[in-house]
Design a protein around this ligand. Structure first.
Ligand SMILES: Nc1ncnc2c1ncn2[C@@H]1O[C@H](COP(=O)(O)OP(=O)(O)OP(=O)(O)O)[C@@H](O)[C@H]1O
Ligand SMILES: [Mg+2]
Length: 243
């Protein structure tokens, strides 16, 4: 038996009248790529927003490596090694790739006057390396993120998460509005995370994508988990039936 890296226990969330999570419990194993599937409003984003600190649960607990944690905000999640990539990811289009790579975690160097200033060269060098590490080919770290395609932006976000050695990478519909080719690239990223000891949760409406890059599929419906199986033990048809 491998110990899970994250355990979610009996999670509940209410939005005024809506009971969005109705007692969700889930263990996520190290190096696993977990596909999270479910119809609109099933509670997928709510669940992962609680893990990423964007929202807080009304009931339930989260353990990381067997220890109870309190994720109050995105900073807490980042400090625990949880990184989230959204459909429209959290990058600033008017800033360069290098600046975006280090938002909130800028390396400093001491200036002539003894003041800590951003180490621009280090940010450029490190981002070139981080981007090459995920097999993304971009011309220059100085290019503005706003000039990149959707797939390239997701690539930079993934490179950033890899650079800061995230342990859990959450991807909430990262392929929405991407071309077929860009989607294939993002799927490739998810597949490569495993080789780099990163555990991932991949949310998608596309069952084929989940079956292509995940080890396990968890289906949610109306705030509950209704199926949890290894990919080799289930089929697209079976998952469809429970939704
Ligand atoms: N900020 C919010 N305020 C009020 N209700 C919300 C909020 N966020 C989500 N909900 C409700 O909670 C339920 C679960 O929503 P959630 O966004 O988690 O679903 P989802 O599975 O991610 O759906 P989708 O596939 O459409 O992204 C829905 O009924 C939704 O309307
Ligand atoms: Mg959602």
């Amino acid at each position: 038996m491998i110990a899970p890296i994250i355990s979610i226990r009996n999670m509940h969330k209410w939005y005024s009248g809506v009971h969005a999570l109705r007692g969700v419990s889930l263990d996520i194993n190290p190096n696993e790529a977990l596909g999270l599937i479910g119809d609109n409003g099933a509670g997928k984003s709510t669940l992962i927003n609680i893990l990423s600190g964007a929202q807080t649960a009304d009931e339930g607990e989260i353990e990381i490596d067997g220890a109870l944690v309190n994720i109050r905000n995105p900073r807490d999640a980042m400090d625990l090694g949880i990184e989230t990539i959204y459909q429209y990811n959290s990058m600033v289009p008017t800033m360069s790739i290098a600046r975006n790579m280090f938002i909130g975690r800028e390396p400093l160097k001491v200036s002539l006057f003894g003041i800590g200033i951003m180490d621009q060269q280090k940010m450029r060098d490190d981002s070139v390396k981080a981007i090459a590490d995920v097999n993304l080919h971009l011309r220059s770290p100085d290019a503005l993120v706003g000039e990149l395609s959707g797939g390239q932006r997701q690539g930079v976000a993934i490179a950033r998460a890899m650079h800061f050695r995230s342990r859990l990478m959450i991807l909430d519909e990262p392929t929405n509005h991407l071309s077929v080719k860009e989607t294939a690239k993002v799927i490739g990223f998810v597949q490569s995370l495993k080789n780099q000891n990163v555990t991932s949760i991949f949310i998608s409406h596309n069952m084929h994508h989940v079956f292509e890059c995940c080890d396990r599929v968890v289906a949610m419906a109306r705030g509950k988990i209704v199926l949890d199986k290894r990919i080799e033990d289930t089929s697209i048809e079976e998952v469809h039936e429970v939704l």
